[in-house]
Ligand binder design. Structure first.
Ligand code: FAD
Length: 322
């Protein structure tokens, strides 16, 4: 049995949670088709939708103690779901909330936790491959204790529906919460500046630009290319530090972590702090005047040339073929 903590947003179950359900189903298949259960705290998502993703049982937790987010309270609910299901695996998306709740679960059950898994091997023993050092390296971790507790990194798998839909049953949980479970909780929320990096983090195509852009006026062609490819513009820290572009466009250790299908870094050297934010890109097409720049040697494809010539030429060719 596997229990997945699912998160919801304005549009229902989040994409990262649907990816986690897919990861859990693949793992369940490895175990001969063991059931996948889910826990949701607060508003119940559309059951038909969850059925399409192969859920057997949806556990729900609501009421006063769950009126606002409290990691320890969510962990108590997840542990109760795990007990009811007799689950040997407890997982969630590798989001700040998913990782925080799982860390509480692991601490309470005195088992290790692996954050940001991208793949697995076997179920017994279970070995997960996970991103470490901000995605710079992969580590294999054998989870021998039960339950195995791990989160799933964003974009590790596609959020595809199950081969055959299920009709999930619903079970309400009423975990006993202590005062300590609610000490650290959200007491009020203030509308803040919108997280403008959201589109960049989830973009399937990112066109990047670094110091090679030459100045604030040097982003016209890269922005155009990003738009033509239905993607987003991402930049290096030099660019944001010099005030050429806003910080929410920055990719890297101190910017956004991206995992697009295609990343096109132009005039970006590929310093380790930048690489930390783009290493999960599936395909990298680098454009740089220096063939020896780290980004060029790591890229899937490398074009040696001036971005102010190469990028407009690509744009022109795409427009010609459109
Ligand atoms: C604690 C810390 C955190 C950091 N966090 C981040 C982060 O989150 N993100 C980040 O990006 N950096 C980060 N950095 C900075 C990082 O170390 C690099 O300084 C930065 O990534 C370099 O940016 P760049 O590649 O644009 O510039 P450079 O390193 O100067 O490289 C410019 C590149 O452009 C090429 N070039 C020049 N002209 C052209 C042209 N006309 N056409 C094509 N190519 C051209 C050059 O050959 C060169 O490879 C961090 C640093 C520290 C210390």
């Amino acid at each position: 049995m596997i229990v997945v903590l699912i998160e919801t947003g304005a549009e229902g179950v989040t994409d990262t949670s649907l990816e986690t359900l897919r990861f859990a189903r693949d793992l369940a298949a490895e175990g001969g088709g063991v059931p996948v259960h889910a826990l949701v705290v607060g508003a119940r998502p559309d059951l038909d939708e969850l059925g399409k993703h192969g859920i057997s049982t949806l556990y729900t937790a609501g009421g006063e103690g769950f009126a606002s987010y409290a990691a320890a309270a969510w962990a108590a609910a997840l542990i109760e779901a795990r007990d009811r299901a007799g689950a040997v695996v407890v997982t969630a998306a590798g989001t700040p909330r998913g990782n925080e709740v799982l860390a509480h679960v692991a601490a309470r059950l005195d088992v290790p936790m692996a954050a940001n898994a991208v793949a697995f091997d076997g179920l017994s023993p279970l070995v997960v491959t996970r991103q470490v050092a901000g995605g710079l390296a992969l580590e294999e971790m054998q989870l021998t204790q039960r339950p195995a507790v791990f989160s799933v990194a964003g974009h590790a798998v596609e959020a595809t529906p199950a081969d055959s839909a299920t009709e999930p049953t619903v079970e309400e949980l009423a975990p006993t919460l202590t005062e300590a479970d609610l000490v650290a909780r959200v007491v009020s929320t203030e509308p803040g500046a919108p997280d403008e990096s959201g589109d960049l983090k989830s973009a399937r195509v990112v066109v990047g630009a670094g110091r090679g852009a030459g100045g604030p006026e040097g982003f016209g062609a890269v922005s155009e290319l990003a738009e033509l490819l239905g993607g987003q513009l991402g930049v290096s820290r030099v660019v944001t530090s010099l005030g050429w572009r806003p910080h929410h466009e920055q990719v890297g250790q101190t910017g956004s972590r991206i995992a697009p299908d295609l990343y096109v870094p132009c005039g970006i050297s590929g310093a380790i702090q930048h690489w930390a934010g783009c290493a999960s890109s599936k395909t990298i097409l680098a454009i740089n005047t220096d063939a020896e720049a780290p980004m060029m040697t790591k890229a899937t494809y490398a074009v040696v040339g001036d971005m102010h010539e190469v990028v407009p030429a690509i744009v022109e060719e795409i427009r010609r073929r459109a």
